[in-house]
Design a protein around this ligand. Structure first.
Ligand code: CDP
Length: 232
């Protein structure tokens, strides 16, 4: 381990395994891990619970903008080393991963004021460096100065399969076609939105993990970290 603290930005497509590798690296090197997607999911859950999204998916922008400054999002470290997302002090980790949130999160994440508020929070969290953050715009907008930037991709089918297995294991009744449709739809919204679209930073290192095991991708990431820390 090194005394030098850096910012590590891991961006990429939905369900590409970013969080798994980001969380593991952070634990390994004693950094804080922040799942920025969980923050967008928490705001989405808030909007759903406060009837700010109708059955057609239309967002009551005025109500959302008014509520934003008072929404509090936090993370609570768990004994097993993971962390849970708190919305106004309530543990919402399970709810934010459900399909009803996944189905509405990308339109919410495209709202300019939502992005501005969460970007501010994310920058505050990274003030002292020593952080691994994953998301869509971490290396481009949140921390363009990050010392290590990774851009992860894998085929949509592979990503949907992984997400399907993950949700089935948790006991959520889902079907593969539905999950694939959600992955493809979110990719499209994330890539084409006006505010901070999902885009590879020019100085990011690409990782296509379609055919990699978790151990292989962890080893790959360790190597990238060591290279930056050793100034290579
Ligand atoms: O877990 P998964 O990879 O499916 O997505 P996530 O990281 O939980 O992010 C959920 C959604 O939040 C994404 O589809 C994006 O629409 C949005 N998001 C974003 O716009 N910017 C970020 N930095 C992180 C997430």
């Amino acid at each position: 381990m090194s005394d030098k603290k850096i910012i590590i930005a891991i961006d990429g497509y939905s369900s590409s395994g970013k969080s798994t590798m980001a969380r593991r690296l952070a634990a390994e090197i004693g950094y804080r891990y922040i799942d920025s997607g969980a923050m967008y999911r928490a705001v989405t859950l808030y909007a759903l619970e406060h009837d700010m999204i109708d059955a057609e998916g239309n967002i009551d922008l005025e109500a959302l903008r008014t509520a934003l400054p008072s929404i509090s999002i936090d993370f609570r470290p768990m004994p097993d080393g993971t962390q849970h997302t708190l919305l106004d002090g309530r543990d919402v980790e399970t709810e934010i991963r459900q399909l009803r949130v996944s189905d509405n999160v990308s339109p919410i994440a495209a709202v300019k004021e939502v992005r501005a508020a969460l970007t501010d929070m994310q920058r505050t969290l990274g003030r002292d460096k020593g952080i691994v953050m994953d998301g869509r715009d971490i290396g481009t907008t949140v921390f363009p100065q990050a010392e290590l930037k990774i851009f992860v991709n894998a085929s949509a089918e592979m990503r949907a399969r992984r997400r399907f297995i993950e949700m089935s294991d948790k006991g959520e009744p889902v079907n593969y076609e539905e999950v694939l449709a959600n992955v493809v739809r979110r990719d499209h919204i994330d890539e084409t939105r006006e505010e901070s679209p999902l885009r590879r930073a020019d100085d990011a290192i690409d990782l296509d993990n379609s055919n990699m095991t978790i151990d292989e991708q962890n080893a790959w990431l360790d190597k990238q970290y060591k290279r930056v820390i050793n100034g290579e």
